[in-house]
Design a protein around this ligand. Structure first.
Ligand code: TRP
Length: 435
């Protein structure tokens, strides 16, 4: 898993709040696994379980979904030794970065987030208080997501259209941070919209989605898969009547799994009046042909959850060591969360001048010439009386600079503002710096 500068980092997060269905498989899992084999790409796939907590407050369901989704991705061909595969909550640097970003994120921007706005609009429509039932977690969702992306400096984030705004916010927060702390700490991610990936219709013909309760679970057992496919809504054309392929959900589902030749043959069968029962039987056989070998792997994985746990922990551990831990250390330093003992050392080393005492000459309102010795903080250590000329004042400064003992300070032309030892120490530091 090397990452020469030319590789593109592609990052995908999956919220662990449900059971993967055929729509997830066709729309996200299958294309993402295919993309993970591309050259020149460093891929990051993670289980967004912190995000799941925003929606789901049933612990058993969070755990179950995390296991199912991890097993699904592995069964579908994700190779954890070739891509980064991990669980969000195994990377404590992510919530840590979330806070750093929270402190630069504009609240006004978060107010405009679609999911939050939709919840507020619903409350208004229901005559409720604007924020009734809305947690700060929902409000902060985009900041957590920005941390997911920015922590690994992802270049590309493939998402559905509903997530575009979140990527824009990640760019905004990253840019603000870069600007405020004066360096391009974060790569600004680009959104990738998969245009030619099919959106599958669900059992009722609307987009297959958990929120419509019309899904076909990806790894439903064979007989359940068959029953669900049989329940897909169709029109009432009888066998022998020509059917419109493009307007049919059965056909659209078939197309998502079939080759071009198979699709052409099915289109012909529709024109020839294939019965719905036969069409559904063929759809079932076609889906099962692709899914059955994956289902077998899935079931084997689900039977060994400890192995999945170990894979995820291993991924997170390597990823932290490689990127997250050192990067967050750098970011902590950037914002001022620093080792207190370091500051003094650094200032001695680096901007040495600023830490030194200085002689300052000036002319006062009375027209006479003065000087004072001030320390790094601007505290006056020595104050002179007035001289007739700057040259006279400079002469005494030159003498004082050489002073190594208290009696060298004994002249009426100056007044010590601090104990003589402190003045001598300041003069010694000055001499050292000029040597
Ligand atoms: N919000 C994404 C979704 O609901 C899931 C997600 C969380 C994500 N963090 C991410 C996606 C980071 C991409 C990058 O689909």
């Amino acid at each position: 898993m090397t990452s020469p500068a030319s590789t593109t980092r592609v990052l995908t997060g999956i919220t662990t709040s449900g059971t993967p269905h055929l729509g997830n498989y066709v729309g996200a899992i299958r294309p993402a696994v295919a993309a993970s084999h591309a050259a020149g790409v460093e891929s990051f796939y993670f289980l967004a379980d912190y995000h799941a907590l925003i929606k789901v407050q049933e612990p058993a369901r969070v755990q179950r979904s995390t296991l199912e989704i991890a097993a699904t991705w592995l069964a579908c061909g994700l190779e954890p030794d070739k891509v980064w595969f991990y669980r969000q909550s195994d990377i404590p640097e992510i919530p840590e970065l979330t806070w750093l970003l929270t402190c630069v994120a504009g609240k006004g921007i978060l107010n405009r987030a679609h999911a939050y706005k939709a919840a507020v609009d619903k409350n208004r429509a229901d005559g409720e208080d604007d924020d009734a039932g809305i947690t700060a977690g929902l409000f902060m969702y985009p900041v957590l997501m920005a941390a997911d992306i920015l922590i690994f400096n992802a270049n590309k984030v493939p998402v559905g259209r509903d997530q575009i705004q979140h990527i824009e916010m990640a760019r905004d927060f990253g840019q603000r941070f870069n600007h405020l702390f004066g360096k391009d700490y974060f790569t600004l991610p680009e959104v990738v919209i998969e245009e030619n990936v099919a959106t599958l219709p669900g059992l009722d013909g609307r987009k297959m989605s958990k929120s419509y309760d019309n899904t076909i679970p990806l790894f439903a057992p064979r007989n359940e898969l068959k029953k669900l496919i049989a329940s897909i809504v169709t029109d009432s054309r009888a066998p022998g009547e020509a059917k419109d392929a493009d307007g049919s959900h059965v056909f659209q589902l078939y197309q998502a799994f079939a080759s071009a030749d198979e699709t052409a043959a099915m289109r012909q069968a529709f024109a020839d009046g294939i019965g719905w029962g036969d069409a559904k039987q063929q759809l079932f056989e076609r889906i099962d042909a692709e899914v059955a070998p994956l289902r077998e792997k899935y079931e084997a994985l689900m039977a060994r959850p400890a192995e999945i746990e170990a894979i995820l922990r291993d991924g997170a551990q390597r990823l932290r060591a490689r990127y997250a831990t050192p990067f967050v250390a750098e970011l902590r330093h950037a914002v001022g969360l620093r080792d207190l003992s370091q500051q003094a050392v650094e200032e001695k080393k680096g901007g040495g001048k600023a830490a030194l005492p200085q002689f300052k000459q000036y002319r006062d309102k009375d027209g006479r010439f003065y000087f004072k010795l001030v320390d790094a903080e601007g505290n006056v250590l020595v104050q002179s009386n007035g001289f007739d000329s700057p040259k006279d004042a400079g002469g005494l400064i030159a003498v004082l600079k050489q002073a190594e003992q208290a009696d060298a300070m004994e002249t009426p032309e100056i007044v010590l503002q601090v104990p003589v030892d402190e003045v001598l120490a300041a003069l010694a530091a000055l001499r050292e710096s000029e040597a």
